[in-house]
Design a binder for this molecule. Structure first.
Ligand SMILES: [Zn+2]
Length: 240
């Protein structure tokens, strides 16, 4: 009987520990600063619940070469860097993702994501567009796939939407954030097609949003300020 009861007791004890951690985090209202953890009965080490600052949920964990997998001229690729970022997602948990951006914009990106985390501004996911999940049907359709997945991304060697010239994304000078909350709107065209721009919805970029203010303070231009079209998801900072 002891052999049967011991694992059961162990499982129940573990459940109680996690229940305690869950309740503590739920009532604290401030997961980010929490250092609450449980002690593993196996290793004796502290363990943190998934989705905490100390144990974020991984959305992307690829190498720089994988993140530059989509064909592009070498002189464009060699200026890109892979940045790891932490953010609240819409599930209220802290996630870890990656962004590909021009090397001189790395510090700006780190600052913006630090502000987003501090203010609990939700970001759905941050996964490079060269990630295999956006390569479907044997060809690159990554911009649409990424937008439909409400994914945030930066570097992408492509032309501008509805044109032939290279996009600022091709240089790693631009980032698109939460496309579903922040669509591209030009006349009747809305991208992604099912997106709705509702300034009161979480994760939406508005002129008063701390994310927009931080980007502007750092010298970036916001597509939500444009007149002939609106590209609410888009920020760019063009360097020489
Ligand atoms: Zn963009």
């Amino acid at each position: 009987m002891v052999l049967v009861e011991a694992p059961f007791t162990y499982i129940m004890r573990n459940r109680c520990i996690w229940l305690f951690v869950f309740l503590a985090l739920s009532t604290s209202g401030c997961v980010i600063k929490s250092t609450l953890s449980a002690i593993s009965p196996i290793t004796g080490l502290e363990v943190y619940p998934p989705g905490s600052l100390q144990n974020p949920i991984t959305d992307s964990n690829i190498t720089l070469s994988e993140a530059l997998n989509k064909p592009a001229p070498l002189e464009f690729k060699e200026r890109q860097r892979l940045v790891e970022v932490l953010y609240y997602s819409f599930d209220g948990k802290i996630h870890k993702g990656q962004l590909v951006i021009e090397e001189r914009l790395v510090e700006d990106i780190k600052e913006v994501f630090s502000v987003a985390l501090e203010n609990k501004f939700p970001v759905n996911s941050v996964i490079p567009i060269s990630h295999k999940r956006f390569f479907k049907g044997g060809s690159w359709n990554e911009d649409n796939q990424s937008m439909l997945a409400n994914n945030t991304s930066a570097f992408n060697y492509r032309v501008v939407t509805g044109g032939n010239v290279l996009s600022k994304h091709a240089y790693g000078f631009a980032i698109d954030i939460n496309p579903l909350q922040n669509p591209y709107i030009k006349g009747d065209i809305i991208l992604p097609s099912k997106a709705v721009y509702d300034p009161s919805a979480p994760g939406t970029l508005t002129v008063d949003c701390v994310i927009v203010k931080t980007f502007k303070r750092l010298g970036w231009v916001w597509g939500g300020d444009w007149k002939s079209l609106k590209d609410y998801q888009h920020f760019e900072k063009v360097l020489e």
